[in-house]
Write a protein that binds this ligand. Structure first.
Ligand SMILES: Cc1ncc(COP(=O)(O)O)c(C=O)c1O
Length: 401
């Protein structure tokens, strides 16, 4: 008897889930594992945001909320887009969902046909590809090299577009590489897209507030207003406000698309949790001091990790412009042998070795479509990061040719 739909067969078990599971098992056996696989801020949600949720629950905001978002949250999202991004959306162009993930899923579900292609800049957030596969679309990977700061070039974009291209997903700053586009870089991509009016742009800007070295983040729709009518800006409160567990994401985009996404959402989950929306609205319109505090901590940690990794022979890491990950190149480790005589032949082997020897959980680059690399999340305390870097250096030093 075949229980599972064939739609699931192209979706491979996720490498990051494997890494977390292996780390949990080692921890359960009493090992001191440092989990650098997790993509979530280690800070607590700021107090005023928690208070807003409490107040909403006390005030009886506990019934089914409107499918597309509460009026207060949609106003907060509109205000946020105009304040931070200089882009105006009216209420019908905004949708609030259970995390940015559901925004992305809704958008793909509402728009993909079986032959639709979705362009992904590799390395990419793994869920983009899996969602496209589950929905029966065609993910198309565009390798974006470390030499070009993992950014998609206009030439690569032009070469990848076909009549079937439905979307290009631009994630800036990106998970896993911290690739972040300047205004000029976005405009160069827009010049290509202007020639291809059938292509939609999904601008996943969930890490917009986590940028370093005075880098000026700019939203795709602000940099390229002539493409706003076919751009969906994806965002959420998980990363900027340390609210991963509250599950609130939102978007601004063309009314027809947003209406389609709303229809999808109404069949799957209905409106996102009312109390969490009250908290998210407070996050967006309330004091923004914690956003800068978090950013400064992430910058300090980024510097610490870049500094230490670049001193480890065999590893390479240019300072990422944003997000809270280090996407470490490990080409020179491939072919080396571990103390027990195993030859490392892929980044999966490297992460397995690091878990076993250094007790560090890292995710192989293959999970993000680009090898040989591994991703370390830097969203953990400076002290833990320093211990992790010591262990990483010691384990790499044990490898021999
Ligand atoms: C690039 C990117 N987009 C979207 C998400 C999903 O965020 P949310 O927690 O709002 O579902 C993540 C989470 O890791 C991410 O890294």
């Amino acid at each position: 008897m075949q229980i599972l739909s064939s739609r699931l067969s192209p979706v491979k078990p996720s490498a990051s889930a494997w890494v977390s599971q292996a780390a949990r098992e080692l921890k359960a056996q009493g090992h001191d594992v440092i989990d650098m696989g997790l993509g979530e801020p280690d800070f607590d949600t700021p107090e005023h945001i928690v208070e807003a949720a409490y107040a909403a629950a006390k005030a009886g905001e506990t019934k089914y909320p409107p499918n597309d978002g509460t009026a207060a949250m949609k106003r907060a999202v509109a205000d946020k887009f105009s304040r931070d991004n200089g882009v105006d959306f009216d209420a019908k162009e905004i949708l609030v969902s259970n995390g940015a993930k559901q925004i992305i899923f809704n958008a793909l579900m509402a728009s993909l046909e079986a032959d639709s292609e979705v362009l992904l800049c590799a390395p990419y957030f793994g869920q983009y590809k899996d969602m496209v596969l589950i929905l029966g679309g065609q993910p198309k990977e565009v390798p974006c090299s470390a030499d070009n700061a993992f950014l998609m070039t206009p030439q690569d974009l032009e070469a990848a577009i076909t009549p079937q291209t439905k979307w290009v997903i631009l994630n800036s700053p990106s998970n896993p590489a911290g690739a972040t586009y300047t205004k000029q870089e976005l405009q160069a991509l827009a010049a290509v897209l202007l020639k291809h009016p059938h292509v939609l742009v999904m601008a996943d800007e969930i890490y917009e507030h986590i940028v370093f070295d005075d880098f000026e983040f700019i939203s795709f729709a602000q940099a390229c207003p002539q493409l706003k009518h076919r751009t969906l800006i994806v965002n959420g409160v998980s990363k900027a406000y340390a609210m991963t567990g509250w599950r609130i994401g939102y978007c601004g985009g063309p009314q027809e698309l947003v209406a389609g996404m709303n229809k999808v959402q109404s069949q799957i989950s209905s409106g996102a949790c009312s109390v969490a929306q009250a908290a998210a609205a407070a996050a967006l319109i309330g004091p923004q001091t914690s956003v800068e505090e978090f950013r400064l901590a992430f910058e300090r940690r980024r510097n610490l990790v870049v500094d230490r990794v670049s001193g480890i022979p065999g590893l390479s890491l240019d300072p990422p412009r944003g997000a809270f990950y280090a996407f470490v190149g490990c080409t020179k480790l491939i072919g080396r042998n571990t103390p027990d005589g195993t030859t490392l032949s892929s980044d999966v082997d490297v992460t397995e070795y690091l878990l076993k020897d250094a007790k560090i959980a890292a995710v192989p680059g293959s999970a993000y479509g680009l090898s040989p690399f591994f991703r370390l999340s830097t969203a953990t305390s400076d002290q833990i990061l320093m211990t992790a870097m010591d262990r990483l250096a010691a384990s790499v030093a044990k490898l021999y040719r």
